[in-house]
Design a binder for this molecule. Structure first.
Ligand SMILES: [Zn+2]
Length: 499
């Protein structure tokens, strides 16, 4: 059957995926390298996110063998810069270790730049010393690039907006909370921070023969942080001098904005304690927006700063290495919050992106979505029973057939969600940039919550490809993936052209 993937309807997708799942037993899918080269869909990017520790623990050539043979992987997204262990380091402590790699936790994980920072790229920033101390002088890009290229595999450096507290020079770049405290996060409007990211991008692109870069910032503005989480609403950011200056340039009254956010914080604190305003939660919230339009203005100001960095990185990459692909990881909150989704304008992003990795982790998506709904039900949507919040949100997001609220944490989201979200993204960008859905392979969840099975990965990978994706990206990191689950993704990728 020859079918244009973009033409798949939802009904066809559900039918063919179910049939394939029944007809297939998912084994280790080890093929000789010549065979896999022939069956790999040449025009589709089959990527995997992987950190330095995996190459050191298991041997670079051995890991590449596994990724090619089991996962049909043709592109590596190497976690090159982060202080977080979501994408680097071994399995998160407390979660079961997978069936490969060193069978112990790296409790002394530190993070930083897992390649080599070259000083000339950091002359315009105070962040000069970011080399990760975890593996001595080991440079993951220098090690992996030639070995991967010899096999015809591509290598992307991927890096994220996640900084440690003890990075030399980082203090002055921190954001300022509404409370006046310095936050751990860095200010997207601080010129020094922007210069660091431009320098880092140039360093990667000029010092290494990279095929691409991907930047990730899992953050949102103060309004969405206040209403979407149960965190302290006075700890939202950013109210630093750079933000104040940018606000004034837009004609935003800084004092009024601060006052509005203080009132919002008081309202949300009372709402979390179940103290309903006399006129109701939603009316009170809307009244705040009317009285303080600065609430939305500051949210937009912050978000524009975050997205301006996308432009910085894209231009720096393109200038440094012709042909390099530059793209962005789109945070999972995009799948839960219609407010955040409204800020993720894919067609706008496509102006400064060769690709977007949209996070559609369906297994952990269940518990994460349930948690978001719970936050909303005890905040601005507190007038509605939780079941109604779930129903309304499902309709806003187009999740009609997902698991019922009480089953979400154990059932996860479906592969149909992967299909629909991919299709929506492909339609939004209209060919102006590539869409790579991020596929959930063993992203950690709490005990008793949905865990990944090979059938899940097979269906999600197929869902993304049938949704018209230009490739898929196995996530979050190889060091937390079980090999049978990775193999199921590889099997789906290999079988796709024949569907
Ligand atoms: Zn700031």
């Amino acid at each position: 059957m020859k079918t244009n993937p973009a033409d798949f309807t939802r009904r066809e997708f559900l039918k063919t995926t179910a049939a394939a799942a029944v007809a297939t037993t998912i084994g280790p899918a080890i093929l000789p390298r010549t065979a896999q080269a022939a069956t790999n869909p040449a025009d589709k990017m089959i990527g995997i996110q992987i950190g330095a520790v995996s190459f050191l623990d298991e041997g670079t050539e051995q890991v590449l063998d596994i990724l090619q043979e089991r996962g049909a992987v043709n592109t590596l997204f190497v976690a090159a810069f982060t202080y977080g262990r979501g994408i680097a380091g071994r399995q998160v402590p407390g979660q079961p270790l997978p069936d490969h790699g060193k069978q112990e936790y790296d409790l002394n994980f530190h993070g930083g730049n897992f390649a080599t920072p070259h000083a000339r790229f950091y002359e315009r920033t105070s962040l000069k010393q970011t080399k990760a101390p975890d593996h001595g002088d080991y440079d993951v890009l220098a090690d992996v690039l030639p070995k991967a290229h010899r096999r015809g595999m591509k290598v992307y450096a991927w890096y994220e907006d996640n900084f440690g507290k003890d990075v030399p020079g980082v203090d002055q770049l921190r954001e300022t909370e509404l409370s006046g405290r310095r936050a751990n996060t860095l200010c997207p409007l601080h010129p020094d921070y922007r210069e660091f990211l431009i320098g880092l991008t140039k360093d990667y692109c000029e010092s290494y023969e990279l095929d691409g870069v991907m930047w990730c910032s899992e953050r949102q503005g103060p309004l969405l942080n206040a209403i979407g989480s149960k965190g302290d609403p006075r700890r939202v950011t950013c109210f630093c001098e750079w933000h104040q200056k940018a606000a004034r340039a837009r004609g935003i009254d800084v004092q009024r904005a601060r006052e509005g956010y203080e009132k919002l914080a008081a309202f949300l604190t009372a709402a979390r304690e179940g103290r309903r305003p006399n006129d109701g939660y939603f009316v009170e919230f809307w009244r705040l927006l009317l009285d303080y339009p600065e609430l939305i203005a500051w949210e937009k100001l912050w978000t524009d700063g975050k997205h301006a960095i996308y432009g910085d990185i894209y231009r720096a990459a393109k200038k440094s290495r012709p042909g390099v692909q530059a793209g962005f990881h789109i945070w999972h909150v995009n799948s839960f919050s219609p407010f955040f989704r409204a800020e993720q304008n894919y067609s706008e992003f496509a102006k400064t992106a060769d690709f977007l990795k949209i996070v559609v982790y369906n297994n952990c998506g269940g518990p994460r979505y349930a948690s978001y709904l719970d936050n909303m039900a005890t905040g601005i949507l507190g007038d509605l029973p939780k079941e109604e919040v779930w129903r309304v949100n499902n309709n806003w997001l187009g999740y009609g057939d997902e698991a019922p609220l009480d089953k979400l944490p154990t059932a996860g989201l479906s592969s149909d969600y992967v299909f629909r979200e991919t299709k929506r993204a492909v339609a939004d960008v209209q060919g102006k940039c590539k869409i790579y859905p991020g596929i959930d392979i063993d992203v950690p969840t709490e005990a008793g919550q949905k865990k990944t099975s090979p059938e899940d990965v097979y269906a999600a990978t197929t869902g993304g490809l049938k949704g018209g994706a230009d490739g898929i990206l196995f996530s979050r990191k190889y060091s937390e993936m079980k090999l049978a689950n990775l193999a199921a993704g590889g099997k789906a990728a290999r079988e796709f052209p024949g569907i």
